[in-house]
Design a binder for this molecule. Sequence first.
Ligand code: GUN
Length: 285
Amino acid sequence: MTGEIIYGNELAANLREEMKQEVEQLKQKNITPSLTVILIGDDPASQSYVRGKQKASDKVGVDSELILLPESTTQQELVDRITKLNQDESVHGILVQLPLPNHIDEQVIIETIDPNKDVDGFHPVNIGRMMTGKDTFYPCTPYGIITMLKSKNIEIAGKHAVIVGRSNIVGKPVGQLLLNENATVTYCHSKTKDMKQYTRDADIVIVAVGKMHFITGDDIKDGAVVIDVGINRKEDGKLTGDVEFESAQQKASYITPVPKGVGPMTITMLLHNTIKSAKKYHDIL
Ligand code: GUN
């Protein structure tokens, strides 16, 4: 079997085109969805992500403001900034780029953001709403993954989904969203014994560990759906995933590439959440 490639960049482009039209209609009602991104320090990877968010916002017509703060910013200064944005009626979405410098407590910052503006879906209120199967802002990468599966009409209900990696940003929430879709979910992580026994049983494998080629064709069963969330840089400078693509594609029914896979979907779902927040604020959802 040679797995069909799910191109996230193509799906993202289609969704962004639809969003662009929706934003045009909202603007006719004098509603312009707006996103404020806060970036602290000068980590090159974070700068590159934030630039991508700005560019995508511009294309779709979402207003985006970038607040760049120095590495020396104190936790209280950041809390004060967020409190002001919470009160600013023209701001629908607030995103603080993670990771934060060590002297700032990430959880304090996440909990400072108004849950109604938490377009990352990281606030405990939104996580709780997601866990109880309620409509809310879902974390962008997991939501993008579910959207990719649905775009190919891949059945989730009753399937065994195995998540490799248990981060708060990807692993944990994607398992929850798959459970909400009635999958049977197994989480594997660094303390899991004999991981292969789980991944080889999986109908859907989601790999989000940040280790180059951690999963190979040998680890999955014939016909599995393989979703690769990893972004690693090879020695030649090129990007590659947590899955060894060639061997895994030989067994998979569907597989996502890196790049052009999950990555472009994350920003797309962020824009989706920002538009949703604007609509909710203006009571048209
Ligand atoms: N850093 C890496 N991924 C993310 C994300 O989805 N949101 C935020 N705020 N920071 C990140």
